[in-house]
Design a protein around this ligand. Structure first.
Ligand code: ATP
Length: 261
């Protein structure tokens, strides 16, 4: 892929393409200027109308960025989309939670679609690289930036957990985030009791950077028991484990989340 430009990296093209009549770099809110620094992506809407024109996105909240061609083959422009999960106030509640924000830009510097895609890839690369380099913030329990890249994950889902919705929760909420963050994963849907325990007992753990369990408490206990059943249990039990609530009670997931805050 294209080499990352050095930072700070200002948006280069603010003019309009005279032939196409479209901004060379644009955002859904219209022609855009901005700057990528080591810690933030700042977007400035170029507009004479009143209202908020500048938005700052912290790269500590960015999980990924990808470049792509649009669906219309006649469109010479290319796109890059950055995915952020900043803390935001919950609707009708005093609490805050991470909420998804997607920022999409169109690049149309020239008439050559490939050159535009390369430019978009340069942007995506720069945003991803700068996001990975963000220091973790212990006060909000952010360990994401400390995760090794690429992070190869085995995800175990018990389809019967809770009200039988764990798999639906995975495809509806988790799968998209893994794609946005370019995390390669293998999904294992457990087929019977002790399936996960046996799998983990025999697995080549050097292939995985983390095991993620989407279930109630039961499947996590199976995985821990599987790791402890191994001859190399002292090393095996060091494998990073993740728990995503998919069961009915989710007591363990809730308390892990509570203590990580
Ligand atoms: N495909 C499967 N069919 C039947 N049992 C399974 C299957 N996969 C896993 N199990 C077993 O189901 C048990 C319960 O699973 P889990 O804790 O994930 O769900 P839950 O009991 O609904 O959740 P909670 O603990 O929140 O009430 C586990 O101990 C596991 O051994």
């Amino acid at each position: 892929s294209a080499p990352a430009p050095s930072l700070p990296f200002p948006f280069q093209s603010l003019g309009r393409d005279s032939e196409l009549g479209t901004p060379l770099l644009s955002h859904s809110k219209g022609p855009t200027a901005g700057c990528l620094t080591e810690s933030a992506l700042t977007i400035q809407r170029i507009s004479s109308s009143p209202g908020r024109t500048k938005v700052v996105f912290n790269l500590t909240d960015c999980i990924g960025c990808r470049a792509y061609r649009g669906p219309d083959s006649a469109d010479v422009g290319a796109y890059f989309t950055a995915y952020f999960y900043p803390f935001k106030r919950r609707w009708m509640s005093a609490g805050v939670a991470r909420q998804r924000v997607e920022q999409c830009f169109r690049v149309a510097l020239v008439q050559d679609p490939l050159a535009n895609l390369q430019e978009a890839e340069k942007w995506a690369h720069a945003i991803r690289d700068a996001s990975v380099l963000q220091p973790g913030d212990a006060s909000v329990g952010v360990a994401y930036t400390e995760v090794r890249r690429p992070c190869r994950v085995m995800i175990l889902v018990n389809p019967h957990s809770g009200r039988g919705q764990a798999l639906q929760l995975f495809t509806g909420h988790v799968q998209g985030m893994l794609t946005e963050a370019s995390v390669p994963y293998t999904l294992v849907i457990t087929e019977h009791q002790n399936h996960a325990r046996e799998l983990v007992r025999k697995a080549d753990l050097s292939q995985w950077d983390a095991l993620v369990i989407m279930s109630g408490d039961g499947l996590l206990f199976e995985v821990i028991n599987g790791l402890m059943d191994r001859e190399d249990w002292q090393e095996a039990i060091q494998t990073p484990l993740g728990i995503l609530p998919g069961g009915s009670g989710n007591a363990l997931a809730a308390s892990v989340h509570h203590y990580s805050q």
